[in-house]
Write a protein that binds this ligand. Structure first.
Ligand code: ATP
Length: 482
């Protein structure tokens, strides 16, 4: 199980150039993070692996890249203006705001130190009539009663809180388009990428010659004004999603839902190689479902604090297309080319959090291990065990001596050759052991060292990150190792 310490991961991600706090010279912006070079490459690798699996290799899925700003009527029709809410509560003493279900989850997590899930449930069922440990599905009264009893203090100040009632908070960021700031110019930063796909469904049918079942895929930014962001990249206000809206005949909804569960699971475990024991499916409780969903299953990861969501797989039915038909007056039905029957397709939506995938990949890979150095001393090395597919840098090229021009020139030539196909790093300066250690920390599969012998016989040493063993090979054999 996952007993990694979040602070260690954050420190490593900062130190090794994966992720850094945003706007740092101005004291940062709460919970805003920037991807640094290795984080940026990691993100690209994850996108490429997703793209290859679900777009390149699939004749039934097409990609799109839509604008973030859309007519605000889209969000009224989709139900987001009315329903895209989280439950919040304020402490009237400090006017701090908290997301109630997350406060309760943290408390339940604390109770788990002493009690089993069954014991907790039995206890709180007697007190508040709740029937599960998923606070998102409880009523506002049940949440308030739990808070009053179990969380009497403000979690930031530890002083007694004066709680308000539980209320709804809409998560959409609002802004204004143009020079006048009034209700008529309101636009929203999209909270999910899917709506554009529904709004353009008719155009896609008319222009792309698609036939059911088919999917439309999109990767890009989404924005949610989260009440309690935190846990590093887990919950941020600006994040990225990789989403597919997969349109099917209504009677095939369940069949394709099961298929998407399988395809999604395989991607996590066999394409980006997240450890299977750290993943699980969790079905949503009926009261927890989003307003558009008939049924949702999440893929959850065992984070250092508990099992939390990585990906949602929702059966959105014909909810969205029907809503847009009603609000726009346009016919968004599909005509079956064989029977000419007209109907509204149903939708399965597998929605991956790209930002959470980046975080999880780093978390899952991070490790520390003992080794014996050349002077027979026991040392600890940090190793981020990325699968080769995902590792940001595939080869590091290390000329033994910075001052030896021949070695450096040759290293530069090898860099030119390998970089045609791979992300390669040329690291010229410093003690060779320290350079190896740096590459271990980002888990570069192979370090290639150019030494005196290279200049004589065109062989290099290639060092394997797992075993730390080196072998001598001809320069032209390097690529074979990948
Ligand atoms: P949560 O319950 O964690 O708030 P959600 O169920 O609202 O998530 P979805 O609407 O299903 O999330 O969005 C699909 C995916 O987008 C999620 O599985 C998650 O990976 C990602 N995601 C959602 N909100 C955030 C966020 N604030 N920060 C980072 N990723 C997010």
């Amino acid at each position: 199980m996952n007993n990694k310490d979040l602070q260690t991961i954050v420190a490593w991600a900062k130190r090794r150039g994966f992720v850094y706090p945003g706007s740092s010279i101005y004291g940062g912006l709460a919970n805003a993070w920037d991807l640094w070079p290795y984080g940026t490459i990691l993100r690209k690798n994850i996108i490429d692996l997703w793209w290859k699996e679900f777009i390149q290799k699939r004749p039934d899925i097409i990609p799109l890249d839509a604008a973030i700003l859309m007519n605000p009527k889209v969000w009224e029709a989709s139900g987001h203006v009315e329903n895209f809410n989280d439950p919040m509560i304020d402490d009237k003493n400090t006017w701090e705001r908290f997301r109630v279900d997350k406060l309760i989850e943290a408390k339940i997590e604390e109770l788990r130190q002493q009690l089993t899930d069954e014991q907790i449930l039995e206890k709180i069922n007697k007190e508040f009539w709740v029937t599960n440990l998923i606070p998102e599905s409880w009523s506002f009264d049940q949440m308030k009663a739990f808070i009053e009893k179990y969380i009497p203090n403000n979690p930031n100040t530890w002083k007694p809180a004066n709680w308000t009632d539980v209320r709804k908070f809409n998560l959409m960021f609002k802004t204004h388009q143009g020079v006048i700031e009034d209700e008529s110019t309101v636009v929203y930063l999209r909270p999910e990428t899917a709506q554009w796909i529904f709004v353009n469904f008719k155009n896609i049918l008319d222009t792309m010659r698609v036939k059911l079942p088919f999917g439309i895929a999109q990767i890009w930014k989404a924005f949610r004004n989260e009440i309690t962001p935190g846990n590093f990249l887990y919950r941020v206000r600006e994040f990225e999603q990789m989403e597919i809206e997969y349109f099917v005949e209504p009677e095939k909804d369940e069949e394709y839902f099961e298929k998407w569960k399988k395809w999604s699971w395989n991607w996590w475990t066999k394409t980006i190689w997240i450890k299977e024991e750290n993943l699980r499916f969790r079905d949503h409780e009926p009261d927890e479902l989003s307003h558009y969903s008939k049924w949702t299953t999440d893929i959850e990861y065992y984070f250092p604090w508990w099992w939390w969501e990585l990906q949602g797989i929702a059966r959105r039915t014909d909810y969205d297309l029907r809503q847009h038909m009603k609000h726009s007056g346009q016919d968004l039905q599909y005509s079956d080319p064989k029977t000419w029957k007209r109907f509204i397709p149903w939708v399965i939506e597998p929605s991956w959090g790209l930002t959470r995938a980046i975080f999880t990949t780093m978390l899952d890979a991070y490790d520390e291990e003992q080794y014996t150095d050349p002077k027979w001393r026991t040392q600890t090395r940090v190793v981020a065990r990325f699968h080769k597919n995902v590792a940001p840098i595939k080869f590091a090229i290390l000329p033994l001596l910075e001052k030896n021009e021949d070695m450096v020139n040759l290293a530069q030539n090898i860099f030119k050759e390998l970089s045609q196909d791979y992300m390669v790093e040329l690291d010229i300066k410093g003690n060779i052991w320290k350079r190896y250690r740096r590459q271990d920390e980002i888990w570069t599969p192979y370090c290639i060292t150019i030494d005196y012998q290279t200049l004589e016989d065109w062989t290099v040493t290639i060092r394997d990150r797992d075993t730390m063993q080196q072998q001598r090979i001809k320069i032209e054999e390097i690529k074979k190792f990948m």
